[in-house]
Design a protein around this ligand. Sequence first.
Ligand code: ATP
Ligand code: MG
Length: 276
Amino acid sequence: MTKAIEIKNLVKSFSGKRGSTLVLDDISLSIASGEFLTIVGASGCGKSTLLRIVAGLEIADHGAVLVGGQPINGPGVDRAMVFQDYSLFPWLTVKQNVLFSRRLAANSSDNLALERGAEEARAVKLISLVGLTAAQDAYPSQLSGGMRQRVAIARALMSKPSIILMDEPFGALDAQTREVMQDLVLGVVAQEGTTIVFVTHDVEEALYLGSRVVLMSPHPGRIDTIYEVPLPAERTVMMRVDPAFVALKREVMERIRATVGLSLDRSEQGTIGAEA
Ligand SMILES: Nc1ncnc2c1ncn2[C@@H]1O[C@H](COP(=O)(O)OP(=O)(O)OP(=O)(O)O)[C@@H](O)[C@H]1O
Ligand SMILES: [Mg+2]
C-alpha cells in the first residue's frame, strides 16, 4: 500500500518558566493511503501536539512529516482538520460554511480551480452525505451539537483533502449522537477514500473506527503499542459486543492505565523535564 503519511523521528518540546519539557520523543509512524488510524493515550501524552505537527500548525524540533512522499512545511489543502469545538462561522448558513473552506482552498497555490457551479454541487452533495439537506440554509445557532459537527465534517471534505486530521471531534457529544456520528464518518470516508488520523479519549471509539489503534504513553509522549483491530473493514454496531472486541478494549484500557504508572516511574528517574 502507498504511504499517505510518514512521520519520522519527531521530537518536540515546549519551553515554560521552569525550563523545557519534552512532549514528543522520537515518534515514527507510517499511515497507508485510505487508512483509518486512531490514536489514544492518557491526557497530556501529546496526541494533539502530534496531530498539530502533521497539520503543519506546529513545528517539530527534529524529524519530519512526509505527505505523499514530500516533507510538509506548513498547513496545506491536502490536510483538513476537524476539532472538538465546532469552529463554524456563526454568521454563515450551513451551506455557506461548507462552501467557505473551498474559497480558502481557491486562494491557495495548489488549487484545482473548480467552477463555481461544480463547487455548489459538491457542497450540496456533501451536505446530503452528512444528512443535513433539510438544514442547509440554517445557521449554526439553530443546530444541535451533532449537526454542527456534521457541518464541520462536510466542510473539511469540501477541498477534497487526501487526509483529514480529527482531534476528539465527538468529545462534546452525548453517547447516542456519538455512535451515529461514528457510523456517519465511516460511511463518508469509505465513499471519499480519505485517509483519517483520529484522536480520541474513548477506547471503544478508537477500536470501532480504526483499522489500527496507536497507544501513546505520556511524559514524554512516545508510541507505546500499535494494535491491529481484528474486525472486518465494514463495521457494524453489534461488533461492539463481539468478545474479541471487548477483550481488546479491556487490554487497551489496562495498558493506558499502565502507561500512566510508567510515566510516574520515568519522572522518578528524572527523565522528565519540568512541567511548563
Ligand atoms: N503551546 C504549548 N505550550 C506549552 N506546553 C504545551 C503547549 N501545547 C501543549 N503543551 C504541553 O504538551 C503536553 C501534551 O499536550 P497535548 O495537548 O498534545 O496532549 P493531549 O494528549 O492532546 O492531551 P488531552 O488528551 O488532554 O487533549 C502537555 O503537557 C501540555 O501541557
Ligand atoms: Mg488533546
